[in-house]
Design a protein around this ligand. Structure first.
Ligand code: C2E
Ligand code: CA
Length: 777
């Protein structure tokens, strides 16, 4: 207990002493001491309330009202003392003293009204009025039963009589208000201080009623037990204010659960009152009519209240449900927001290429979908970009370097693509760009050129540096096509056209001619897949002569396809298709089978050592099973390997991988000859010649074609022959058509010649006639 609390409690002791003394004086019927002590108690109580008020912060107005009650009571008592014990006159006859005694009743009413007003949210309006009605009616019944019916008084316009009515009126109000606070509130939060106050008011009202009764009966006597009851009431509410200052009440919020529980609880107090009334009736305080009246009031009250409470509960449940729904809705909204955010994020990820961060193929398709599905879309261009020479980088330097190369290509596209265009990575080394809002085709061309330029810049990945190029196919919407699939196919076709041309680092707009080509390609592919090799394929042989003494040294086997319906189909048309769809493996085996048989036949029957050159496609070489198959073939056929020469293109030899190196080693171990076909056309690096065990360089026809009128070509051929001699490699020139070329090559020291000058590719029987006949074999 704090010292402040102790001090406060100590202030109560003198008051208790005064009350005790007053009680003694009442018992001893000592009027003087009663008259002295009564105002003393009231003033002391007022003082106590005043001092408590300082500590109470929230309920100041209540404190003021309580203070006024005790103080006015004290003043009235003081005047009573003066009049009775100094002026020796009857104070009951002094009107203003009686009026002063009305004031506490007024203040009590004010106190309770203020409380009801401040806590009005706890009342249901309908219930409030029904309760007022019920309490008033019951009050009136009681007043009637106890006062008027007993006294049989008649109303007169006497001042004291009116004053008593005023007392009773306020007592009535107080009673009704106490009833409202105790029984009508939908939420019970009456703390100890308030209970004490309500009890004190109730005590006061009871005393007042009794006083009214005594007054009307003209048998009131001061300083009797009734005055003691008044004093007790005053003391009680002063104690309440002390208690409040020591334990300030904390306003409690009304929880919905508590409220709905309150509403569900049946009101039993009414029943108790009815029982009490019945008891009064039995004790003969009430007449039967009075009891019936009370019962009627209670039944009415009960019916109405039950109804209102059910309504309130309904409304409360509805409100709770609404709130819960709102809460749920809010939660759903939040969840939906979260989900849509995650979805957005996922969508974003699923639309992006992980390596370059560019949009991916999926997004391109969706994007085209959106663009092509609207009638209002302005013309746009789809650029299909395929990187050239990327694959060898990936193969030779590994995927890590390959990824870095792709990344920098992607970044270049991204840098280039501004507001008007969007870049995509749609496959391994394939990219796309969509260009919108262009003015004319020349603008698209300019952009395609710029992209080519950008992609061609060297990519530095120390210690390496790579220079790539690209082929771009362009399809225009809506000029070329209006459907996304067609547009994509057309751009791809145009790109393919660039790729298969001599200028791979270029761009092309789609042209209907390309589709015709493609269709033809598809048709050839179909025919090839269904070809009967032995019936439709035939090997032609082109002679290879020694330059020096112009004797036959060998021949190149060249495939011919004579289709039953389509007739002659040149190898340049179908070999690339066979390479693409893998059929070249089977075709190649067929060629080797037949070429082996032919060379065996010729060399054995003519007792010669001619060499049969067989073209081996890069696809064949790279095929894992090829070498094994070939070795077995040599063994099975008991083929003299020296009779065989494999023509491998320069591009295969360029691939610097251990597997290719092993292939060359193995072929050399077997003892077959190896020639590098079309030498001098594509690649400038010659380091591989030293690395691989090869026998012969076959100088490309393109160089030989120009040898007699282009000094550069002559110089290149000369350099090749000299270098080959230095490395003990043989040389053979391909496509030699006239004597001037032959003379030059002879002069340069080229070992062998293949070309129309000695003979075109012809079937074996024709070959025999042309070349073996000359030799008179
Ligand atoms: P290639 O290996 O460069 O073959 C040489 C081509 O040049 C042959 O065309 C031949 O007829 C032609 N040629 C030779 N001398 C002359 C000449 O003096 N003047 C002219 N204008 N042309 C000459 P062909 O037979 O049409 O073969 C084209 C290509 O088809 C070959 O080029 C070769 O790469 C491929 N090829 C042909 N047969 C086979 C084969 O059995 N297997 C594979 N994988 N490819 C083959
Ligand atoms: Ca060849």
């Amino acid at each position: 207990m704090g010292s402040l609390t102790r001090k406060k409690i100590q202030t109560v002791y003198p008051l208790l002493l005064f009350v005790l003394l007053y009680f003694v004086s009442v018992l001893l019927k000592n009027d003087l001491w009663g008259n002295i002590l009564s105002p003393l108690v009231a003033f002391f109580s007022a003082l106590l309330i005043l001092s408590s008020m300082k500590a109470v912060k929230t309920h100041k107005a209540y404190g003021v009202l309580l203070f006024c009650c005790s103080f006015v009571w004290g003043v009235a008592d003081f005047f009573w003392l003066i009049y009775e014990n100094i002026f020796f006159s009857n104070p009951v006859e002094v009107p203003y003293i009686n009026v002063l005694y009305v004031f506490p009743n007024v203040f009590f009413t004010g106190f309770l009204s203020l409380y009801i007003y401040k806590n009005r949210i706890y009342w249901n309006l309908q219930q409030f009025f029904i309760d007022i009605f019920t309490f008033t009616a019951i009050g009136m019944v009681l007043v009637w039963a106890f006062i008027f019916s007993k006294t049989g008084l008649q109303f007169t316009f006497d001042f004291n009589y009116i004053l008593i009515i005023v007392y009773v009126f306020f007592d009535f109000l107080i009673m009704v208000e106490i009833g409202l606070i105790c029984f009508s509130k939908s939420f019970k939060n009456i703390n100890f201080s308030l209970s004490l106050i309500l009890v004190s008011f109730a005590v006061f009202v009871l005393a007042d009623f009794y006083y009214a009764y005594l007054s009307l009966m003209e048998s009131y006597k001061a300083n009797t037990i009734i005055d003691f009851v008044y004093i007790i009431s005053i003391v009680l509410f002063s104690f309440a204010s002390v208690h409040e200052s020591l334990h300030p009440s904390v306003p409690k919020a009304l929880s919905k659960d508590q409220l709905s529980e309150n509403l569900r609880k049946p009101k039993k107090t009414g029943l108790l009152v009815v029982l009490l009334f019945f008891l009064f009736y039995l004790l003969d305080f009430f007449s039967f009519i009075t009891l019936m009246l009370a019962v009627f009031i209670f039944v009415l009250y009960w019916v109405l209240t039950t109804n209102i409470r059910a309504n309130m509960l309904d409304r409360l449940l509805l409100k709770t449900e609404k709130e819960m729904n709102e809460h749920l809705e809010k939660m759903i909204q939040e969840r939906t927001k979260e989900l849509s955010f995650t979805n957005q994020h996922l969508e974003e990820i699923s639309n992006r290429d992980a390596l370059t961060g560019l949009y991916n193929r999926r997004y391109l398709i969706n994007y085209l979908d959106v663009l092509t599905s609207s009638e209002e879309t302005k013309p746009f261009a789809l650029l299909y970009i395929d990187t050239n020479r990327f694959k060898p980088i990936n193969d030779s330097y590994g995927h890590e370097i390959g990824d870095k190369v792709l990344f920098s290509l992607g970044m270049r596209l991204l840098e280039y693509c501004t507001a008007k265009c969007t870049a995509f990575r749609i496959g391994g080394d394939e990219f796309a760009v969509i260009l919108r809002d262009f003015n004319d085709v020349t603008e698209v061309s300019a952009i395609a050129e710029k992209i080519l330029e950008k992609l061609q810049l060297p990519i530095s990945l120390p210690p390496y540096s790579f220079t790539l190029s690209a082929s771009i196919g362009i399809a225009l919407y809506p000029r070329d096509a209006k459907k996304k699939d067609v547009l994509l196919r057309y751009a791809d076709i145009a790109m393919y056209e660039v790729k298969s041309s001599d200028h791979k680092n270029d761009y092309l707009f789609f042209d209907k001619v390309f589709t015709e080509k493609i269709n033809k390609r598809h048709e050839l592919e179909f025919l090839l897949q269904n070809a009967d090799y032995d019936k439709e394929f035939k090997l032609y042989y082109q002679p290879q002569y020694s330059t020096e003494n112009q004797t036959l040294v060998g021949m190149e086997a060249l495939i011919r396809w004579i289709h039953p319906q389509r007739g002659f189909i040149p190898p340049s048309d179908f070999i690339p298709i066979a390479e693409e769809n893998g059929l070249i493996i089977d075709i190649g085996e067929w060629v080797i089978d037949n070429a082996f048989a032919q060379i065996k036949k010729w060399n054995q029957s003519f007792d010669e050592k001619f060499r049969m050159s067989i073209n081996i496609s890069p696809i064949q070489i790279k095929n894992t099973g090829f070498l094994e198959w070939f070795v077995k073939k040599i063994e099975k056929e008991n083929m003299n390997p020296e009779w065989i020469d494999l023509e491998i293109t320069e591009s295969v030899a360029m691939i610097s991988t251990t597997s290719i190196e092993k292939i060359f080693d193995l072929l050399n171990d077997i003892g077959v000859n190896i020639s590098i076909d079309d030498f001098g056309t594509g690649y400038s690096s010659l380091s591989y010649i030293r690395k691989y065990k090869i026998d012969r360089l076959k100088i490309a026809k393109e160089l030989i074609d120009n040898i007699d009128h282009d000094e550069n070509a002559l110089l290149i051929v000369q350099a090749i022959i000299m270098m080959a001699k230095g490395m003990q490699l043989k040389t053979i020139s391909e496509g030699v058509e006239d004597t001037s070329q032959l003379a030059i090559l002879n002069g340069l020291g080229c070992d062998e010649i293949q070309g129309y000058i000695f003979g075109k590719p012809v079937p074996s029987d024709e070959f025999e006639k042309q070349h073996f006949a000359v030799k008179n074999l």
